[in-house]
Design a protein around this ligand. Sequence first.
Ligand code: ZN
Length: 389
Amino acid sequence: MRSSLLLLGLCAFSVYPLLAQPNPDRPDLRQGAYFSEADGAKTLAEYGKLHQDRAGWEKRAALIRQGIRDGLRLPEKPAFAPLKPIRHSLRTLDGYTVENVAFESVPGFYVTGNLYRPVSLKGKTAAVLCPHGHTAKQDARFVEQTQQRCATMARLGAVVFVYDMLGYGDSRQCDHKIAEAPRLQTLNSIRALDFLTSLPEVDRERVAVSGESGGGTQTFLLTALDPRVKVSVPVVMVSAHFFGGCVCESGMPIHKRPTHETDNVEIAALAAPRPMLMVSDGKDWTKNTPNVEFPYVQRIYGYYNAKDRVENLHLAAEGHDYGPSKRAAAYRFLAKHLKLDLNRILKDGQIDESTNTLLTPADLAVFNDAYPRPANAVMGDEAVMSLLK
Ligand SMILES: [Zn+2]
């Protein structure tokens, strides 16, 4: 029962929260469809009684933020290896470039991904960090929707870094579902921000993060923890009743703490008052967003007189993906809040992705015969877990 629930969470493009059972073996966790829709909404309304103004919210926000740190056993200052990025296979395409990149996170573990940049960069520009969701073939970095969004954001003028989940793409040092996956993925996200903001062309005041599904979870966790994130676009994930179906999202106790209980709506609201676009749809656990999750988050932005900085795009007829209409909303929101020129990606008033080039996984590979994985990369679940001790 439990494993089938977790499996459901892995099928990013056809996922439905059919099972709603707390896990009796892990009473400290809220996983998957932990609440019914009605109970999720009711519980969120109860949380809403715990704060009435900015001061009240900030007290609770500090508790929730500390709860994430403690739940993930995240040190205040993680001990990372020196950032010595490996960059190769630069390709110049129509309006943007792509490179294959790796760098060390915790010593012995490498973050792998692709760096997309606009051509003819002048001065400093904005940056977007792109985590991704789950796919059955563990190839989410290479799939069309991911390549399209990275290419278009680069054409829009941003420096974009998309990085593998554990066990995906080039990240083959351990299995995806190691017990402390949420901890290592969060450390990798922080290190990916270090990488992006280390680039001389990146304006550190204009840094966004956006991902869908499991990448949405990574988006709101990183935004909650790291003030370097200035704009957040979590896609098809923020829910009052669903807590993430995979161990990498809900496998460590961030929602139930000795001091409080919370959900992903409140975690996403830790973005306030930074601009945030919540993208939701009619066919997954974000189906109630316009009536449940969004009003809650908007009320918190209201404490900062910043209701106009949080938006919800709800696509009632759509499903669980980061498809063209969701991407279009993200591009417009990012252009507005990162001060980028939307005209760069418009054709006849519409967003045009027809000039993007889809590359093969081999084109995008970080590690291959010519560029082998560095010798100090540890291999295997146990070896990776021991790095976290
Ligand atoms: Zn996962």
